[in-house]
Design a protein around this ligand. Structure first.
Ligand SMILES: *[C@@H]1O[C@H](CO)[C@@H](O)[C@H](O)[C@H]1NC(C)=O
Ligand SMILES: *[C@@H]1O[C@H](CO)[C@@H](O)[C@H](O)[C@H]1NC(C)=O
Length: 611
């Protein structure tokens, strides 16, 4: 029987419910349990692919091509699991199911209502998805963390809260625990409990009892004992059910903070976890996870040398637009024992010099002073010329460079313009009628839908013959002949250009299985110059950083560090995907993709990144 831990929120959203939920999952994993996670978003949207990243933060891509938001990324990274698009429930998805059933006559002509039809659908969905294996064991998870987006009391979340109220009886008391995350404002040193009292009151009114109250303090001071007893008294829970979560130096410390307050012991008792069978192998694995996590967090505190990376993108007010990219950098910095200092830089084009001379100057100073330069995937084509200049700077000055998706394509364009003397080389994405299309529109042809679709989800890349002797990318990926990363793009290097690009010295070390699509590029005589058409940032893990980012960060910290990491990776790299996700097209069953998920129909004018 799966055990469910619901994480709800009160007072305001955006206070770190996701981090508390994933930290709890991680702690349970260290005891040897198998943990999965579901995120409920009370929105009407059906997938995040059509949402604008400027408004919403990054669009995160799953193995099955599901386009979701960044919270599922949190779970994949903390729990080292592989989730599917069904792990994200939205109001829109639930309503679509209910309406489809109604159309098929499944409800036998009854009146279809929020209670019980929508609430039943929610419960069925959670039960079904919680049983899907998500890790290397291929077994049903023991624990499912369900994060309820929004705050309790919202109109939007009402059907979900009601569904959870019913769910506690469906699965039974021993299999259902609720963590409610609340805000404890700190006013000039005084910790206020009123908002927490109010939100717990409304929670109880809706029929849900908190097992744990996680009190978020948005300051570095911990929850005081007297505040704790006050909350315990006024919210009618025992003091050991009240947890404080103050601001800590990094989110990776949150699991330790929760552990020190006894969350594992509490949940073990409350959910009767002693009765769950844990094999010796799983408990050893859990123990080693716990040790490595501790070593990582304490190591990062002791790191004092800094590595400077400049991310050449577009200033967006939303820090989250590059969430996975910055996580990948962070994980890599942990590995090489450096403090990460990354800055974003835009306004590098000559026009910016006239319009914003100061910004232009600062931006170039950052680029010139950086240890490594990163051009991530992008949206829109503003700032392209500036990025090309930054790439040229990296290439000519032997500065470590990593290009992701758009950054890969621009590295090709920069090469064509400046090394091959084709000054008008560009992408048909920027100029449809160009005479020098280095990058062209090349969607994947779908077997089930008319026309082309976006290349989306986990795809293999094959390292070319001869690369084993010199390719840094290949070494960083453990020397494997075939690697797997997630894709999200429609444009590719023009196949007609590949020969001349390669002949002039740009090496495409990794291609798709048919050899038609260029997927990894490298320069032979450069300390570190690499581009990937895929989005490796979606598969980074705190203890297993994405190889390409690790290469960039290590190279930026010094060439001996890069050597050291390549040696380490050759011995120890393990891909973060379960075996059965890495099934190649040649091994398709009945012509249907096994791990590739449902096809995505090409939507014209979809909101963003489609390089
Ligand atoms: C789930 O999908 C909805 C709709 O696209 C999106 O708004 C939400 O952010 C997604 N949540 C997660 C955790 O992926
Ligand atoms: C992470 O997951 C992958 C694939 O499921 C597995 O091979 C690997 O051993 C896991 N890593 C850790 C540190 O548990």
């Amino acid at each position: 029987m799966t055990k469910y831990i619901i994480v709800s929120g009160g007072v305001i959203s955006g206070i770190g419910k996701g981090v508390i939920a994933s930290s709890t999952g991680l702690l349970l994993k260290t005891t040897g349990l198998k943990v999965t996670a579901i995120k409920i978003d009370p929105y009407m949207n059906i997938d995040a692919g059509t949402m604008r990243p400027q408004e919403h933060g990054e669009v995160y891509v799953l193995n099955d091509g599901g386009e979701v938001d960044l919270d599922l990324g949190n779970y994949e990274r903390y729990l080292n699991v592989t989730l599917s698009r069904d792990n994200n429930i939205t109001t829109g998805k639930i309503y679509r199911e209910v309406i489809e059933k109604e159309r098929k006559g499944d409800y036998l002509g009854k009146t279809v209502q929020i209670v019980p039809h929508v609430t039943n659908e929610i419960q069925d969905w959670i039960e079904r998805v919680s049983k899907i294996p998500v890790d290397e064991t291929g077994e049903e998870p023991d624990i499912c963390i369900v994060e309820l987006g929004g705050t309790v009391g919202d109109i939007e979340s009402a059907p979900f809260v009601e569904a959870m109220r019913q769910f506690q009886f469906r699965v039974g008391h021993d299999n259902f625990a609720l963590i409610h995350v609340s805000l404890v404002p700190d006013m000039h040193g005084e910790q206020k409990t009123k908002p927490t009292q109010t939100t717990i009151h409304s929670l109880r009114g809706l029929g849900l009892l908190p097992d744990l109250i996680a009190c978020r303090l948005l300051v570095p001071q911990p929850l005081r004992p007297d505040t704790k007893s006050k909350i315990s008294m006024f919210c009618h829970v025992a003091p050991e059910q009240v947890f404080g979560v103050h601001d800590v130096s990094s989110v990776y410390h949150v699991p330790l903070l929760l552990q020190s307050q006894g969350i594992v012991e509490f949940l073990t008792k409350r959910l009767n976890l002693g009765n769950v069978k844990i094999t010796k192998e799983m408990s050893d694995r859990g123990r080693s996870l716990s040790e490595r996590w501790r070593a990582m967090t304490s190591g990062s505190e002791r790191a004092f040398d800094t590595v400077n990376i400049v991310l050449v993108g577009k200033y967006t007010d939303l820090k989250d637009s590059y969430m996975s990219v910055t996580k990948s950098l962070e994980h890599s910095a942990f590995r090489v024992n450096r403090k990460l200092n990354w800055v974003e830089s835009s306004d590098l084009e000559p026009e910016a010099q006239r319009e914003h001379p100061l910004r232009y100057h600062d931006a170039w100073r950052a680029v010139v002073g950086a240890g490594g330069i990163l051009v991530p995937g992008g949206f829109g084509n503003r700032g392209i010329e500036g990025m090309l200049l930054a790439i040229k700077h990296a290439r000519e000055n032997n500065k470590p460079y990593l290009g992701i998706c758009l950054g890969f394509q621009l590295a090709v364009i920069e090469w064509a313009r400046n090394k091959m003397n084709i000054p008008d080389a560009t992408s048909t994405e920027f100029d449809q009628n160009t005479k020098s299309p280095a990058i062209i529109f090349m969607p994947e042809i779908s077997k089930t839908h008319m026309g082309g679709t976006m290349r989306l989800g986990l795809r293999p890349t094959v390292f070319q013959q001869g690369t084993e002797t010199w390719s840094k990318a290949r070494k960083l990926y453990g020397g494997a002949g075939k690697i797997w990363e997630r894709h999200r793009h429609r444009y590719e290097v023009n196949p007609d250009w590949v020969e001349k690009l390669s002949a002039s010295g740009l090496s495409f070390v990794g291609k798709d299985e048919k050899g038609e699509r260029m997927q990894v590029l490298e320069l032979h005589d450069h300390p570190f110059f690499m581009g990937l058409q895929a989005h490796p940032e979606f598969c980074t893990r705190p203890l297993n950083p994405s190889p390409s980012f690790l290469g960039l960060v290590a190279a930026a910290a010094g060439s001996d560090l890069l050597q050291e990491q390549m040696m380490y990776q050759l011995k120890h790299f393990v891909p973060p995907h379960p075996e059965d996700a890495m099934v190649s097209e040649a091994e398709l069953r009945n012509g249907q993709p096994v791990a590739y998920g449902k096809d995505q129909v090409l939507v014209n004018g979809s909101a963003d990144s489609e390089n």
